[in-house]
Design a protein around this ligand. Structure first.
Ligand code: ADP
Length: 359
């Protein structure tokens, strides 16, 4: 692309940004309404204006204005602007995730492997390392955050701008559908309601400034999980597994899912890896080193092992995550090491994205 051509694109962006977005009051471009901007070498310009569905009619005039603005630039020969009505994703993002540096998904191929226990303790470990950390429990049918964090009877605050404030617990900002409805209610939800609840939690929570937001995904690596992670720009994914189900196929499925989202695998955590006997020796009940080998074979980093530990389970049941309640416990130390490795992989595997994604 030659300089003159790049300058023309820049001019189009600037002109579009000089038009005020009817909803946000900021520039049209800054507000994320313009997508697919193309400027061809023969001076033909095309772009889409994505209007929020509840205010689409206000954008009819905006489109005309945008076309005229682009056409007035010298070197532009024709302009085609398409208007589409969408869920106001860009505007909502500005509320929710815009000041979150890294969103990390925590996934598992199956339920019951300790994914939520690991996610909560990993979040506490990140917080103890000085990271401003959030935890979003996305399991709408079986939310575990209220129990694991001991959040009972507290309701998230609804704000005038239609966002909801997260609940602070154990040094984390947290959100779960379990804070909004009780578990029985959640269980009988139909798909559409669950989907809209998830969308609301992804878009409308006022996280504020965070270094890391962990998403505790529902168990499994199917379409439900894929749709969830596709909605969100991820800095990476952590896969939790146990030794006995640590089949290569499971990890591969997880990796394949995140490949579709172009999110890097930050690593595999093997939970319930061994049991430490009273004399201090380790009993690898389900075999030793399988997870590390499996991860390596699948081309994913291995983050570490978490042993079967009674205190870990007890603290989870008591709503006081081990890492926060008992930071000197060796398993807490293990979580901090894993958190540190995961952060290292975030830095290593995420190259800075280009500022403006136009072709
Ligand atoms: P998932 O989110 O994968 O369904 P949970 O985090 O709910 O799994 O854990 C399932 C059960 O296993 C819980 O009772 C939890 O306390 C327990 N658990 C998880 N990890 C460990 C561990 N390393 N040692 C002992 N108990 C564990």
């Amino acid at each position: 692309m030659n300089n003159q051509f790049a300058r023309l694109k820049q001019q189009v962006e600037n002109r579009l940004d000089a038009i005020s977005d009817p909803v946000t009051g900021k520039g049209l471009y800054t507000s994320g309404r313009v997508s697919g901007l193309e400027v061809r070498e023969d001076g033909k310009v095309s772009f889409t204006i994505e209007a929020p569905s509840d205010a689409a009619e206000r954008y009819v005039a905006v489109r005309a204005e945008a076309e005229a603005a682009a056409r007035s630039i010298s070197g532009v020969t024709s302009v085609a602007a398409v208007l589409t009505a969408h869920e106001p994703k860009a505007a909502r993002r500005a509320n929710g995730l815009s000041r979150v540096k890294h969103v990390i998904a925590v996934a598992s191929a199956k339920g019951g492997v300790g994914k939520s226990t690991v996610a909560v303790n990993l979040a506490c470990a990140l917080a103890s390392l000085g990271m401003k950390t959030g935890l979003l429990d996305l399991d709408v049918y079986g939310p575990s955050a209220p129990t694991l964090l001991g959040v009972h009877g507290r309701k998230p605050q609804a704000n005038p701008d239609k966002t909801i404030s997260p609940i602070e617990a154990h040094g984390l900002k947290t959100m779960s559908i379990g804070y909004l409805v009780n578990a029985e209610q959640a269980m009988i939800w139909r798909g559409a309601m669950a989907t809209s609840a998830v969308r609301q939690m992804l878009e409308d929570v006022a996280w504020g400034e965070l270094d890391v937001l962990l998403l505790d995904l529902p168990p499994g690596t199917g379409d439900v999980q894929l749709t969830l992670v596709q909605r969100t720009p991820l800095a990476g994914a952590v896969i939790v597994s146990t030794p006995q189900e640590m089949a290569l196929a499971d990890v591969r499925r997880g990796i394949a899912m995140f490949d579709k989202t172009h999110a890097p695998i930050l690593g595999v955590i093997e939970n319930m890896a061994y049991f430490e006997t009273p004399d201090g020796s380790r009993a690898y009940i389900f075999g030793e080193g399988g997870a590390r080998r499996t991860a390596e074979q699948a081309g994913a980093p291995f983050l570490g092992e978490i042993p079967i530990d009674v205190r870990l389970r007890e603290s989870a049941d008591a709503g006081a995550p081990l890492v926060a309640a008992n930071p000197d416990h060796p398993v807490a130390q293990r979580f901090r090491e894993i958190a540190q490795s995961a952060l290292g992989n975030v830095a290593r595997l995420n190259k800075p994205a280009p500022k403006i994604a136009i072709r």
